[in-house]
Design a protein around this ligand. Structure first.
Ligand SMILES: C[N+](C)(C)CCCC[C@H](N)C(=O)O
Length: 264
């Protein structure tokens, strides 16, 4: 099984994240807070995503990565491989994402003197506390909503990227850096636009354990959110998600493509 894709996914995910972190945190009011944890986690998650995606595509098309420009895989294969990568990475992403959401949500804009210390002291303390208070499965709170969010939208992510690259690249050639940057950026925006409604639900379910709010499941969380806040609730964070998605995914795809070209 080719491992370059895993390593390239690892490095490119970390690079993309450095750019995206301020956007990711600003929606929750704590600018550069805790950067090392997301870098380490996104590297693992992106490596699984790109590794599984490429290897599934390889299995479906029976061609190698180097042959893809001459014999491009069909969009159906790209979509299936993207969904597979999206599905598998969820189980690495879920605990990291839960910890990220819990830590970011406890960020006070201005800590008042004498206010109680934050509940979680850092990522490790947060993981241990969740295990103790909510059980080890507590670490996978929201994982089902994350699966629903990521499986189809990762298919859309890779199809958008491939389609945009092929539109602006002559047959048999590698896409230029500008094309890769633009196609990666738009793939991020399009997939995040579709993913945002389930992203909102996912984050609410992840916070539920802490706020002692009980949802009976994804549908119940959707229904109660809409009842209380209207349909607009599904578009919370859409602008910031899109603003973040462009640079993160432009850099992720650029570094991924170039690493594979160097090694290829
Ligand atoms: C599928 N979904 C839209 C959820 C994510 C697609 C992009 C993933 C990337 N690591 C990022 O953080 O932007």
């Amino acid at each position: 099984m080719p491992v370059e894709e895993f390593v390239a996914g690892w490095i490119s995910g970390a690079l993309g994240l450095v750019l995206g972190h301020p956007f990711d945190t600003v929606k929750l009011l704590g600018f550069f807070k805790g950067m090392s944890f997301p870098i380490a986690s996104i590297a693992v998650v992106n490596s699984v995503l790109f590794g599984v995606y490429s290897n599934t595509l390889l299995a479906l098309t029976a061609t190698s990565h180097q042959e893809w420009r001459a014999q491009p895989p069909s969009y159906t294969h790209v979509f299936i491989a993207g969904c597979t990568g999206g599905f598998v990475q969820v189980y690495c992403l879920a605990p990291f994402d839960l910890i990220k959401v819990r830590l970011q949500n406890q960020t006070e804009p201005r800590a008042r003197p004498g206010s109680p210390p934050p509940r979680y002291r850092g990522p490790v303390h947060c993981a241990v506390s969740i295990c103790q208070e909510e059980g080890p499965w507590g670490l996978f709170r929201g994982a089902w909503a994350l699966t629903l969010r990521d499986t189809p939208t990762m298919g859309i992510y890779f199809v958008t990227y491939e389609w945009l690259c092929r539109q602006s690249t002559p047959d048999d050639q590698n896409p230029s850096s500008a094309t890769v940057l633009a196609a990666g950026g738009f793939a991020g925006i399009v997939s995040w636009a579709v993913a945002t409604p389930l992203d909102v639900i996912k984050s609410r379910m992840q916070m539920a354990g802490l706020k002692h709010r009980v949802y009976r499941g994804v549908l119940d969380c959707m229904a109660s959110s809409v009842r209380q806040e209207g349909l607009g609730v599904f578009f919370r964070g859409l602008t910031i998600n899109s603003a973040r998605a462009f640079p993160v995914n432009a850099v992720t795809f650029l570094s991924y493509e170039y690493l594979l070209r160097w090694w290829g």
